[in-house]
Write a protein that binds this ligand. Structure first.
Ligand code: SF4
Length: 207
């Protein structure tokens, strides 16, 4: 009981948290509880969650608070995203989630040291602040956002460093989707180790 109190009273800045469907990548279509942590120093020019960047703008939630909210839903899978979630030490959070029998997934740029215990690591490397080399072989999924033609070679650079079992996804940047999706389709046809990831939550209008 004492240990429970120790870890569950730790606080993290939370921009938003909600139960929805995972819209992207390998777990696309699964019901998932999303926790979007505040704080990011990666600075992607096309970032669609710029409000997340300043951690101090977001309220602190204890792990207990988060567990109470998750347990109001039938969620089995929790996705920790951001912002850049690895700006925070996530060991206590993932220990608490696992203790409740929940599956833990993270979506990270890999720009900060890995903490926490993860059932699935989705690494989305960003040119604006490259991932730490030690994280790349640990990724279960590499998801590269394609904004322009040069992003394909960026994607291949990290695919070469990933584990052989790592799933490889190319995802059009939302505002550029009309122009880059045809390029991605041609690229995947020529390089079938890659698959297409679409942000289906934006098509079906869920958060
Ligand atoms: S890493 Fe994510 S949250 Fe941070 S700037 Fe890039 S897209 Fe935005």
């Amino acid at each position: 009981m004492k240990e429970t109190l120790q870890y569950t009273t730790i606080s993290l800045p939370v921009m938003e948290h909600f139960y929805t469907l995972q819209g992207e990548g390998y777990h696309q279509g699964r019901a998932a509880y999303f926790i979007r942590l505040g704080g990011c120093d990666v600075g992607c020019v096309w970032c669609d969650v710029k409000d997340s960047w300043d951690a101090e703008k977001h309220p602190l939630f204890t792990i207990d608070d988060l567990l109470l909210n998750i347990e109001k839903t039938p969620a089995k899978l929790v996705v920790i995203t951001g912002g850049e979630p690895l700006m925070h030490n996530l060991a206590a959070l993932t220990t608490a989630l696992h203790a409740k029998g929940l599956e833990t997934n993270i979506e990270t740029s890999g720009a900060h040291p890995l903490s926490g215990s993860w059932d699935w690591i989705c690494l989305s490397p960003k040119k604006f602040k490259a991932p730490l080399p030690e994280i790349v072989p640990l990724a279960n999924e590499l998801k590269v956002v394609i904004f322009n033609q040069s992003d394909f070679s960026w994607a291949e650079k990290y695919a070469a460093l990933a584990a052989p079992s790592c799933k490889l996804y190319l995802q059009p940047e939302w505002d550029k989707a009309a122009s880059v999706t045809p390029l991605i389709i041609d690229y995947i046809k020529a390089n079938p180790q890659w698959e297409l990831s679409l942000q289906i939550h934006k098509y079906i209008n869920v958060p």
